[in-house]
Design a protein around this ligand. Structure first.
Ligand SMILES: [Zn+2]
Length: 117
């Protein structure tokens, strides 16, 4: 069952809520995920609401410039990113490490070979 989670960056400027079923998360070995240590889960953008901090977000893009690797310009935390899925759907990639009150140790981590893409 999808559940409403809240989350945000470290300093508190960026806050969001998201509806998701948090059973497993993705650990990707691409150049940015391996450095950031993100545990990602993906939702259609309709299920994600930014409550505050749009103006605090900085955008980082590289490679094909298809994903917006957003981060808080004050504390540097990348709590989520925006992109478009293979089917053209606008998606949000949420960093499960930035969700409030989630027991990360209880999640199933799926390895994703993003480096080979
Ligand atoms: Zn912040």
């Amino acid at each position: 069952m999808p559940k409403t989670h809240t989350g945000g960056c470290h300093c508190g400027k960026v806050r969001f809520q998201v509806e998701l079923e948090l059973d497993s998360v993705m650990s990707c070995n691409c150049s940015i995920c391996s450095r950031r240590g993100h545990l990602l889960t993906f939702v259609p953008k309709e299920r994600f609401e930014l409550l505050s901090g749009e103006e605090a977000l900085s955008d980082y893009q590289f490679g094909k410039h298809v994903i917006h690797h957003l981060f808080c310009s004050t504390c540097g935390i990348g709590a989520f990113g925006r992109g478009t899925g293979p089917n053209g759907q606008e998606m949000v990639a949420v960093n499960a490490r930035c969700l409030d009150g989630v027991d990360l140790g209880a999640l199933t981590i799926r390895e994703f070979d993003g480096k080979s893409l």
